[in-house]
Design a binder for this molecule. Structure first.
Ligand code: GDP
Length: 833
């Protein structure tokens, strides 16, 4: 009974609050919309009958006169019955009872609370409770007399209209609602509806139905309702908050988010999120990535708040503070030497270095770290990048590392302006870096510096000797002529540029070169651009991060710190960065790692977006564009960026108008599986320069037949590629298909072995030709014929449509249904260069 009580009280409350839709306030401040609605309905039903049920409650029995009141009662009775039945069934279920008791307690508490708030509500609630209690008692008594009640219900249904007022007592929800809420009209309508219902309304329909079915329909309905109620009450009592108040979260939404992570951030179930996405027409799994717009829709759908964050926000910790005038100090210029191949870039770099560095060193041992510093006679310090080549220059620039302050354009006096000279000029101009022209090889008899100057004029480089502004110096890397002049010219140019940097800030630098050193791990040569890099600094560089374990200068000495324009080798990275990557010192390890991880992921996404297919497509497109040119695709992996660049440059030079080498990919580090994948897809060999394939790459390469070649001398590599390219030249014209023969039968002939009885199906079979044995279109064997017979005679040729006997030289595994492909090779050996 009390259980019923409780439930009804709930119902009353729901109605009492706002019959419409909204808040049913509970002791814990929870709200329930659905419940309110359900109850409203119920309230509507009993009301009409309830007006007098209070009266009838006393004697609900079988009195027809009390039926009017009994209508609602009858329903209640049914419910109660159902409840009782359920209880009976679940009598053993202790928990349920406890739950119900708790529910009752809760209700009482609520009642009290409400009483404090609104006396009227309290009174009503009490009335309701009483009424219910009475009703329940009656019902219990009457429980056995179900049939009688059914009859009573039927009668009551008819009498109900008159009792509109009565229900108020039973379910005070009703009463307060009209008074307290702005929905008077609604209520009135409801009441009217009720009145009508008895005759023809919705209500009456239902009642009639239940009547017609002897109350069975009504019973079912109320049973379900009761069960639901019970369930709710039990769960509440058990402490399980069925209808937890929605916690609205601020969901941090990056540019892309995995479904499961999105669910996690909203604290929703993944399944619900997937379902919501399905409702939006998106079939996704929890591991799929959503773009921010889709994710935002979902977040809103779940009622949370979107806080858009850009993943790149993690980079914000790298503050790029503008340095003020007083912070800035002079810094050495950074010089890159550019020019046409063989014009003496390397020689010049070596000459400068030898003249200015080695001479002054006790041990005389210099270390190649990708950059070095020299001091001119006048005392100016210059930093030279030791990696000549335009690719290095542009790839750095494209990575946002504008390292170079001054370009020294080397032009051989005996060769003058060449294509790469022009290219270098364009690069320097594009980067808006001032140039100094070094006219090299002036020691040579054929040297004609003025020709160089004149030709440069055509490319809008007006040297001083031609009354322009670009300094020009005649030098010889071999004799050392003009080197000091060149350095002074650079010093002067640097003075004009007024290069400054603030050494007292978190360091920023650019990677000149990076490699994986067997003993020391990943090592990067960094040219510090701003601030001072110190041992122990935490940094992020490209997709890598680390803590400076040691700094080594260009003389191979350990140093504590490196200021602006100083190149140093940095030890302590977690991986090998790439040339052009920018190094930034961060405050914490976590920041560095976070940024590195973000960059790695972003790069991965980018690669995935670009897709291997695209690359292949592009390749094919390119190939189509130059149909007459054969390409030898290769992959290059080298130990250092400088070597990779050098190899790529050398590769670009190989070839003529018929064949050329295409470097699909070049990189630093071990040959990996992804390299093998690319090589396989493009039919390219992989050239490893001082690097090896890792185990899995080796296996994959073996399986897929990808050729990996190792070199430690660049010239060997170049020679091999040249040879291969030459092979490509001749290979193209070589093989001619002649015919096909189908094997009908296989005979064993003594002294000969197995002989295939064939039918030439296409072309001709030629004794002297090469043959391939195909089984299910797979080449099983390639070789030559031992015999070609027509009937008993050895013949030179068998035409299409004729039968013949064939046997392979040194090969016996032939079967019926195999196919023999006959081809001829025409060998024309040509070479490149
Ligand atoms: P790079 O390809 O521009 O780096 O050119 P290299 O530095 O490799 O030089 C190419 C060739 O020119 C080498 O054989 C050098 O010995 C030679 N060479 C470079 N500079 C001079 C020079 O000033 N005088 C002479 N006679 N030969 C030079």
């Amino acid at each position: 009974m009390s259980d019923n009580d409780g439930k009804k009280t709930l119902g009353l409350r729901g109605g009492a609050g706002r019959p419409g839709n909204v808040k049913q306030s509970f002791s814990h401040g929870r709200t329930k919309n659905v419940v309110v609605e359900t109850k409203r309905k119920r309230v509507v039903v009993p009301k009409p009958g309830a007006s007098k049920p209070g009266v009838s409650a006393g004697q609900p029995g079988g009195d027809p006169s009390k039926r009017p009141a009994g209508i609602s009662e009858a329903e209640m009775a049914r419910r109660l019955k159902a409840l009782q039945a359920a209880k009976a069934r679940e009598a053993e279920d202790k928990q349920r009872r406890e739950a119900e008791e708790k529910a009752r307690e809760e209700q009482r508490q609520r009642r009290r609370a409400e009483a404090e708030q609104k006396e009227r509500e309290q009174r009503e609630a009490e009335e309701k409770a009483k009424a219910k209690a009475e009703a329940e008692e009656q019902k219990r008594k009457d429980a056995e007399a179900a049939a009688q009640r059914a009859a009573a219900e039927a009668a009551a249904a008819k009498a109900a209209p008159a009792k509109a007022a009565a229900p108020a007592k039973r379910e005070p929800n009703h009463k307060p609602a009209p008074a307290a809420t702005p929905r008077k009209a609604d209520r009135e309508r409801e009441q009217r509806g009720r009145g009508r219902g008895q005759n023809d309304g919705r209500r009456s329909g239902k009642l009639t139905l239940s009547q017609a079915t002897g109350g069975a329909g009504g019973r079912q309905k109320s049973m379900a309702a009761m069960k639901r109620k019970q369930e709710r009450a039990r769960q509440k009592a058990m402490g399980g908050q069925v209808e937890r108040e929605k916690v609205i979260r601020d969901v941090q939404l990056p540019e892309a988010i995995v479904v499961s992570e999105l669910a996690n951030r909203m604290a929703e179930r993944v399944a619900d999120v997937v379902k919501a996405l399905m409702n939006m027409g998106m079939m996704v799994t929890q591991n799929q990535t959503l773009d921010a717009d889709t994710a935002e829709l979902i977040i809103e759908e779940f009622g949370h708040k979107v806080v858009r964050v850009s993943d790149s926000d993690v980079e914000d910790v790298i503050t790029d503070v503008e340095d003020t005038e007083e912070n800035l100090q002079d810094r050495p210029p950074v010089i890159t030497i550019m020019g046409h191949v063989d014009h003496g870039k390397t020689s010049l770099l070596d000459a400068i270095r030898d003249a200015k560095v080695v001479a002054g060193e006790a041990g005389g041992i210099t270390q190649h770290i990708g950059a070095y510093q020299v001091t001119t006679d006048s005392g100016t310090v210059l930093s030279f990048l030791d990696t000549p080549g335009h690719a290095a220059f542009t790839s750095m620039r494209s990575r946002g590392a504008q390292v170079t302050d001054i370009v020294v354009l080397v032009v051989a006096a005996d060769d003058s302006v060449m294509p790469q000279t022009i290219e270098a000029i364009n690069h320097a101009k594009a980067a808006e870096v001032p140039m100094i022209v070094a006219i090299n090889k002036c020691d040579k008899p054929a040297a004609d510096p003025n020709k160089v100057r004149a030709e440069l004029l055509q490319h809008e480089v007006i040297v001083e000797a031609m009354s322009g502004e670009v300094q020009d110096v005649e030098v010889s890397a071999i004799t050392g002529q003009g080197l000091d002049e060149l350095l002074e010219a650079i010093a002067l140019q640097s003075e004009i540029l007024e290069l400054k940097a603030n050494p007292d800030r978190a360091a920023q630098g650019a990677v000149i070169e990076a490699q994986l050193d067997v003993g020391r791990g990943p090592v990067a040569t960094v040219l510090v651009q701003k601030g001072t890099l110190r041992q122990g600094d935490i940094f992020v560089v490209g997709e890598q991060y680390g803590k400076v374990r040691a700094l080594i200068n260009d003389k191979g000495e350990r140093v504590e710190e490196a200021g602006p324009s100083v190149p140093v080798e940095v030890l302590g990275l977690n991986g090998t960065p790439e040339a052009g990557d920018v190094l930034n010192v961060t405050e914490t390890d976590a920041q560095a790692r976070e940024i590195a991880e973000y960059r790695e992921k972003a790069a991965k996404d980018k690669r995935a977006a670009a897709g291997a297919a695209t690359t292949l497509e592009q390749l094919m497109q390119k190939a189509k564009e130059d149909e007459n040119v054969s390409e030898l695709p290769i992959l290059v992996k080298a130990d250092v960026q400088g070597s990779a660049e050098a190899i790529v440059q050398a590769m670009e030079k190989i070839g003529n108008n018929e064949v050329r080498v295409r470097v699909l990919h070049s990189g630093v580090g071990a040959i990996t599986e992804s390299d093998v994948g690319l090589a396989e897809a493009s039919g390219a060999p992989i050239m490893g320069f001082n690097v090896r394939a890792n185990a899995s790459a080796r296996n994959t390469a073996n399986q897929k037949g990808v050729e990996i070649r190792y070199y430690s001398v660049i010239y060997d590599l170049v020679d091999d590629v040249k040879a291969a390219a030459s092979g490509l030249l001749s290979a193209e014209i070589k093989e001619n298909f002649i015919g096909y023969a189908a094997i009908k039968d296989v005979f064993k002939v003594s002294n000969v072995g197995k002989v295939a009885g064939c039918l030439v199906t296409e072309g001709v079979a030629r004794r002297s030709a090469g043959v391939r044995l195909l089984r299910d279109n797979v080449v099983i064997h390639e070789g030559t014929l031992k015999t070609l017979k027509r009937f008993k005679d050895e013949v030179a040729e068998v035409q299409s449509g004729q039968e013949c006997g064939m046997a392979f030289e040194n090969y016996d595994d032939i079967r019926a249904d195999d196919v023999i492909e006959i081809f001829e090779r025409e060998e024309v050996q040509r070479t490149l260069d």
